[in-house]
Each structure stands twice: as structure tokens, then as C-alpha cells.
Design a protein around this ligand. Sequence first.
Ligand SMILES: NC(=O)c1ccc[n+]([C@@H]2O[C@H](COP(=O)([O-])OP(=O)(O)OC[C@H]3O[C@@H](n4cnc5c(N)ncnc54)[C@H](OP(=O)(O)O)[C@@H]3O)[C@@H](O)[C@H]2O)c1
Length: 328
Amino acid sequence: MRVFVAGGTGVIGRQLVPRLVARGHQVTATTTNATRLEMLRKLGANGVVMDGLDAVAVGEAVAAARPDAIVHQMTGLSEAHAGKPNMRRPDRFFAITNRLRGEGTDHLLAAAAATGVATFVAQSAAIFSGIRVASSVKTEQDPLDEVAGTEAINHLEGVVVKAGGAVLRYGGLYGPGATDDQVKLVRKRLYPLVGGGTGYFSWVHTGDAASATVLAVEQKARGVFNIVDDEPAPVSQWLPHLAECAGAKPPRRLPAWLARMLAGEMMVDMMTNKGRGFANAKAKRELGWQLRYPSWRDGFREEFACPACEANDPDTTADDASRRNNRS
Ligand SMILES: NC(=O)c1ccc[n+]([C@@H]2O[C@H](COP(=O)([O-])OP(=O)(O)OC[C@H]3O[C@@H](n4cnc5c(N)ncnc54)[C@H](OP(=O)(O)O)[C@@H]3O)[C@@H](O)[C@H]2O)c1
């Protein structure tokens, strides 16, 4: 297939493009920054500079690529686009991402319609917005809550499903480059466990997220899929494990009222009983998705391990070390 990846340089795009190329697809991938074209070339794609908020530029780039499938991976969550992370002002931090999920999606869908592209796969999120009632783990049937900063997600999901495309709700991403900022904070003990850490959360490795995306493209999937690992877990379980894997001391504890003042409502919500996890049965069943890292327990150990913590970890085997060295 000819596949157009809008946003090929992000943490998902960098895993997705080489997987598509390895499967024999011809990939055109975009960046807003001409200095990143060389990265896209090395990943095996034909790189194109495109601003996803410019309808004309999107129409021209898609028409020139003549794709069979379009994959929307455009967000503006890195410091380059969003500035320093500030969860006390989600409206500012998510402003560009919201526009890319809103106008950006509309521009890509219009380009798909204009050029007769039938297969459309878009990134959504299974992190902050699991509906905050009843069970701790949500399926695709459950609606999303409209959380500050994520307002455009419902728009994206609605228009993509209506157009016959697939929406992939990725869990919290970890993998090469995906959690560098968080891990730095954990190592400095500046990523505290808030309240009882009872909020649920779902993780997924970027490589697994990319492999699910390849399946969605190749199978011309339709509808919503949770792309998360097998083990939704409360923060009180995964955060200390992350710290241990990263060779850090256990996280400090912070009462919710103080965390609210220091880090804002969104952080407190995620870490306390409003946080929700997501279930992946549908993606496994319908896409035939198999995860390389079914649990963050093993994934974190491989991703964040340092020689010092390995020496202290009786479960770390030579096989773990060699897999880590060989991971893509
Ligand atoms: N579900 C999740 O947990 C989730 C989802 C996504 C990201 N994140 C996190 O957010 C952080 C940053 O993510 P990221 O590295 O993928 O970076 P990002 O800055 O969000 O960029 C993602 C992609 O969108 C492109 N892009 C940005 N603005 C654009 C625009 N106006 N028009 C067209 N394309 C545009 C970027 O291209 P250029 O920058 O090359 O122009 C890049 O290819 C990471 O820590 C990641 O783990 C989490």
C-alpha cells in the first residue's frame, strides 16, 4: 500500500514508519521542520514538510502522495510545540494538540475524500479521559469524559468513525524518547505518589502501539480500539516499579490538596480515584494484535533498567539484557 503518515517524526511515527516499510509499504511521512526530513529518509520514508493546520498544504501533500491509506499521528505535545509542560494550564499545554485533533483531522479527512482514500487511522488517547463512574477499567463501549485540555478528542473520534475510519486510543506511552521527561523527574524524586495512588492507568509500549497501527492500516479497520497493555494498574503499583527500574529511590508521597496546588487538578485526578484504565480485548480479538510487552512490569524493566538496578534485581536475566540491547 501507499501510506501517508501525518506526523512521522513523533514517538509513535518513529516506530510506525520503519514497521510499515518492513512490511513492504511505500511510506510518505510528514514533519513541520525541514531539518527532520533526513530522519524520515533514514526511517525509510519519503519525507514531506507539511503544517497540518494549513488546509491547502494538507490537500497538496496528500494529493502528491496518492496514498491508499492515511494515518493521523499529529500532536503538539513535545516541548518544541507546546513549550514547557504545565499541567496547571492544560488549556495552554494542549492548545496545538486540540487544534491538530480538530482542524487537523478535518483537513486530512477532506484531503482523503478529495483523493478517494478509503482507509483512515487516527491517534486518540486512553489516558486522562476514561469516564469517571463505575468500573476502574473501560472498554470501547464506554464514553470518554471531556477533561480539560482534551476537548477535541470527541470531535476526532466522531468524524473519523463517521468517515469509516479507525480510532486508536493509545494508553500512556513508554518506549524510546516517550517518557524521558517523566523519568528525569522520577530520578530526582520530583514525581510524587499523590494521595493513595488509587487512580488506574493503562500503559502501552510505543513499539506495540505501532504494531497495532500497522494492523489497523492493513486490515482497513473501522471503529474505536483501545491500544493498551494487558494490565491496567493503580499508580500506587506502577510508579514505585518505574522508580525501581529507573534506579531511583521510591517516590515521595504527597497529599492531594498539596499536589493540587503544586501540579494542578489534572495530575491529582489521574493519580487518585478518578483515574481509569482501559481494556484491550477488542484490539486483540479483531485485529489479531499480539503485544511484545503485555505488561508494563516487564516493559519498564527493559526500557528503564540501568546497570545498578539490574545488579540488585534477581529477576533480571541475561535474556532480558540481550533483548534490551536488540530492541528497536
Ligand atoms: N497517548 C499518549 O500517552 C501520548 C500520545 C502522544 C504523545 N505522547 C507524549 O507526548 C510527548 C511528545 O510526543 P511526540 O514526541 O510524539 O511529539 P509531538 O510534538 O507531539 O509530535 C508528534 C508528531 O506531530 C507532528 N506535528 C506537530 N505539530 C504539527 C503540525 N502543526 N502539523 C503537522 N504535524 C505536526 C510532529 O512533527 P514535527 O515535530 O517533526 O514537526 C510529530 O511528527 C512524548 O513524551 C510522548 O510520549 C503521549
